[in-house]
Design a protein around this ligand. Sequence first.
Ligand SMILES: [Ca+2]
Ligand SMILES: [Ca+2]
Length: 478
Amino acid sequence: MRVQLPLAACLAILAACAPTEPDRPNVLFLSVDDMNDWVGALGYETAQTPHIDRLASRGTLFANAHAPSPKCNPSRSAILSGLRPSTTGIYANSEWWKPNFPDLVTMPRYFKDNGYFAAGGGKVFHHTPGFNPPDSWDEYFDLVDDLKTEGFLIDYRRPDNISSFDWGPLDKSDMEMGDGATVRWAEEFLSRDHRKPFFLAVGLFQPHLPFYAPRATYDAIGPGDAPVPIDKPGDLDDIPDLGRKMADFRVADLELILEHDDMHEVVRSYTACIRHADTLVGRILDAVDASRYADNTIIVFWSDHGYHFGEKHHLTKNTLWERSSHVPLAIVAPGLTQPGSVSSRPVGLLNLYPTLVDLCGLPPRADLEGISLRPLLEDPASPWDRPAVMTFGRGNHAVRSERYRYIRYANGEQELYDHVDDPNEWTNLAGDPALAGVMAKHAEWLPRVDAAAALRKNSFHFDPDSYTWKRRANEQER
Ligand SMILES: [Ca+2]
Ligand SMILES: [Ca+2]
């Protein structure tokens, strides 16, 4: 006997039997550039960052998070490749990872290869032309950075320094600034009906140099309201030569600013840039909340490294001290993280790639050098024996545990700081024989490999249209 089922019943049975895509979460990978740990959630009140704070309050805030390297390209290349600078040899902004490692599978590429729609906008990889490989993305919105055309606000600066060390207010609104177009693109992306889960990387360029802030934001911070960090006299006296050399980078700019008594204005402008970036973070967060993806999107908020404003008589980044490596990091993983949780465990941003692979259920990658932060997302006080490790230049590393920072330079010279007594890292304890065991324990975590520097961009002919490159012959490589 043949039984005839109504069409609707047949369709229902077919739908039930059809293979279903695993219900993978979306990812919003949201970064800021050169942003210190100067956010309210980490106890710094001057900048006022209500949106970053509310983002952090939804999940786990990492209070002891560190960049893999204190500079844009080595930090971002490590985060997005899952490999340390000491493994790839990408130590500076000129070293071009793609032709050195054509087969390296970046974080967005791995998501793309595993059923995700990978989209990016703004500065995700370092933004020098050619550093952002098109094969990592299904869609990319290029940075619209109009700030460099603004001219020169500070008249004692060298005219050739435009777009570099300059600061002050611009007569623009938040959305008229350079990152506004990226934010608009991200809002539009989140309003779409996506068939696949997405990996969305949004890279804000603020608060990177030049420290131009919307006038309203700048005016809201009074002159002298933003405290200038302490440049303790004689702080470098107990620091080895290679550390002093790092501190000396751009010291002429620092001294010019001090000579004109302008550091308070530099810090005010940078702080206003943080507040401006926070407003943009708020817009993106609102767009997530208003979208159909509000309940199924993992959010990671991170900065690529910190920034000195005179500490250790240094300006900018490029050091192995806390100020250069300590960054805001927050992860919101629906169904996993507890709202309002804070972890004081030392974590490196190198762990973000394996963490997202784990949280999204992608095939595990044994070749990545970090590990998943899942135990700390489940329980922020979970046992965690692993320190954060950072590298600047070949053979120079810092190891940050919960209590100490241990630094070893390529020539073997060392520093040790105890953060319980000395959060400013003013007293180098490396010469204290009683702490030799502490240093030896930290030294066990130093990278085993110190790769030679990778080839630089000027070692290649690059064709931006076809995104191809050819090794230059008979030319100096670096
Ligand atoms: Ca940066
Ligand atoms: Ca000192």
